[in-house]
Design a protein around this ligand. Structure first.
Ligand SMILES: [Zn+2]
Length: 269
């Protein structure tokens, strides 16, 4: 038991493979006979050393271990005797501060490597995270697009849907097709739509047989001039009450009433 207390301070050095000489032999013997103090003690030291190699980048080595190592280094230095006075047989014993330095160096090396690995890992993790986020955003975008396309197809294919053809002002204006379903909304479809100035948008109107036009949504063709969009008619005007659909150019947010002459008009027959 008294021996165990003395051996206790060498557990870490033993685990690091830096314990030599009599103490090494003694501790080996304790472990060989399953000493109830040294066996768990060495196991714990092994765990502590293993933790050092997995520690977080900003972790400090356990203060106790570091203090013990430093103390051990200091002691060994004091014990060292000048070369001249050293006898052959004691020489081997007193001039080996190396293990302590080796142990300290091993700990420092552990941390340097661990820190480097942790940095590498952090960088890889950041890359993986941003890739994942980008993929996730793309997936969400495609999913929204798929849902939109499904709604569009549902409107076009629904039994109660009326197809309305809107003719543009002038020869070069493309025709715009509208598919109006009273429950589901209006799908607009066109190609080669003219591009709009910044801050402007097209607005679809339902022109009733009586009263003012009702907004049926603001839209913008894509950069290539393609248009395929589902909009909703505001208010409760049905096909039978509507005289025409019309499209005007308006400020990007839309207007409560048309502010320009319609660029496309399609009568509802
Ligand atoms: Zn023991």
């Amino acid at each position: 038991m008294k021996d165990c207390l003395r051996l206790k301070e060498h557990y870490e050095a033993f685990v690091l493979g830096a314990l030599e000489g009599e103490e090494r032999a003694e501790l080996d013997a304790h472990l060989a006979r399953g000493c109830p103090v040294c066996t768990p003690g060495v196991a714990e030291a092994r765990w502590v050393v293993a933790q050092l190699s997995h520690a977080a980048p900003d972790a400090e080595p356990p203060a106790a271990l570091r203090a013990r190592l430093m103390q051990r280094v200091a002691e060994t230095k004091q014990l060292s005797v000048p070369q001249g006075e050293m006898s052959e047989e004691h020489g081997a014993r007193f001039t080996i501060p190396f293990w302590a330095w080796a142990a300290a160096a091993a700990v420092v090396l552990f941390f340097a490597v661990t820190l480097w690995q942790a940095r590498q890992f952090e960088e890889q993790l950041a890359t993986v995270r941003s890739d994942y986020k980008r993929a996730q955003n793309e997936k969400d975008r495609l999913e929204a697009q798929r849902r939109e396309m499904e709604s569009i197809l549902a409107v076009v294919a629904a039994p109660g849907t009326r197809e309305v053809r809107l003719k543009g002002e002038g020869q070069s204006a493309p025709a715009v097709k509208a598919y109006w379903n009273e429950e589901q909304g209006v799908v607009l479809s066109a190609q080669k739509m003219p591009s709009l100035p910044t801050g402007r948008a097209f607005q679809l109107w339902v022109v009733p047989r009586k009263g003012n036009p009702l907004s049926a949504g603001v839209f913008q063709p894509d950069a290539a001039g393609n248009l395929l969009q589902l909009t909703r008619v505001e208010g409760s005007v049905g096909l039978k009450d509507a005289a025409a659909l019309a499209i005007t150019e308006e400020p990007a947010g839309g207007s409560p009433q048309p502010t320009s002459k319609p660029a496309w008009v399609g009568p509802i027959i």
